[in-house]
Design a protein around this ligand. Structure first.
Ligand SMILES: [Zn+2]
Length: 385
């Protein structure tokens, strides 16, 4: 079944989610008859909740429903579309002031198109007081304002909010499904497709990147090899430094690739060739793009760190798999020798402690404690006993 072939290009990173994308495409297709004013996107971490919300916003605003290439789509992808407001936080709680500000912005109509879209990326991080501010806005929405809330599950939202939103559920696609998409859509060779599908733990965007960039693959491998070879405190400190460097490099590479593509695409949509002088009346479009890209760059080092921690989690999961004889496939099959060694040199209880140490590090990185300290604390936990 190739249920994904018919979707607009803007959904390309969400191909493992045909049900959710299909549901939203119907809404986009009939947007001239009105669009429901509030949606809740739910799904486990890494399933692409905020990607889906951003793609939906872009599709609603694109003249052709999500071409991925027009000025509107390019600005939306770079996070600088004037008609999309995003509340994303690196803090544990979204403050009531942030919600008030967003609600105030929601009162203005769209400037480029007929919709004004408000995205709350971690809607589960609102306390009841903030939720009630949002509720008021959902009860009396101005025409054309659409709220897109993202949360792990419906249960994370107040019942009063739940009753006003249309729900879109994401699932984690099977590794087999991700591999199939890479083979069929991107022409990746089967063995590599299966390897990266497993390594990315079914994250399609990540899987494609690993498949197409040998540097990204070797950065991932180096991260995990380093984790398997921490001998003492000094080596733990050095490993943490190396991880941070890798995260920065990875973020830089990813950002540079995307920035270039987006800039070229925007120039093209404005009728310019690379290297052309930019007419004064078009400068603001490019400036908006560059500002969005700058904002995204700050976020992407944090994303790079999180990817490293997710990869480390998969390594420990493999160690535990061997220790308890679970008999399921390893995520990191190509590191089996080192994983076996770590499994033999520690107990399952220790591995569970180490998995908790990764969770703690993820939480710390997430809440702005100095990144290097969080990584050092983790690396010390992983040293060989
Ligand atoms: Zn478009």
């Amino acid at each position: 079944m190739s249920a994904t072939a018919a979707f607009a290009p803007i959904w390309n990173d969400l191909l493992g989610q045909p049900e959710a994308v299909g549901q939203l495409e119907v809404a986009v297709r009939h947007r001239d008859q009105g669009v429901h004013h509030a949606w809740l996107v739910t799904g486990p971490p890494g399933s692409g909740r905020s990607n889906l919300a951003h793609a939906f916003a872009a599709a609603l605003l694109c003249p052709t429903g999500g071409c991925g290439e027009c000025k509107s789509c390019i600005l939306a992808k770079a996070g600088s579309h004037p008609d999309i407001s995003v509340l994303s936080t690196e803090k544990v709680q979204i403050s009531i002031e942030e919600v008030r500000q967003l609600v105030a912005n929601s009162q203005f109509g769209g400037s480029m198109g007929k919709f004004r879209i408000m995205i709350i990326e971690d809607a589960d991080r609102m306390q009841e007081r903030s939720s009630n501010v949002l509720l008021k806005a959902l009860e009396e929405p101005p025409a054309g304002t659409i709220w897109l809330l993202c949360a792990p599950s419906e249960a994370d939202m107040l019942p009063t909010i739940r009753s006003r939103v249309r729900r879109v559920g994401l699932k984690v696609p099977a590794i087999e499904e991700v591999a199939r998409i890479l083979i069929e859509r991107d022409g990746i060779e089967s063995k590599l497709a299966h390897q990266v599908a497993a390594e990315s733990q079914s994250h399609i965007g990540m899987a494609r990147r690993l498949a197409t960039s040998s540097e990204a693959r070797s950065r991932r491998r180096e991260t995990l090899m380093a984790a398997l070879n921490i001998t003492g405190v000094t080596s733990a400190v050095m490993t943490a430094e190396r991880w941070l460097e890798i995260a920065k490099k990875d973020a830089e590479a990813l950002t540079a690739e995307r920035d270039d593509e987006e800039k070229t695409a925007l120039m093209h949509s404005l009728g310019l060739k690379p290297g052309d002088n930019i007419p004064a009346n078009l400068k603001s479009d490019l400036k908006a793009l560059e500002e969005g890209q700058k904002r995204r760059a700050t976020r992407s080092v944090r994303d790079g760190l999180d990817r490293i921690l997710v990869d480390l989690m998969s390594l420990l999961r493999d160690v535990l798999t061997l220790q308890i004889g679970a008999g399921v496939a390893l995520v990191n099959e190509d590191l089996r020798a080192g994983i076996t060694e770590m499994a033999n040199g520690s107990t399952a209880a220790q591995t569970i402690h180490r998995i908790e140490a990764v969770s703690t590090a993820r939480h710390r990185v997430d809440s702005n404690v100095r990144d290097l300290m969080a990584l050092e604390a983790l690396a010390v936990q992983l040293r060989r006993k």
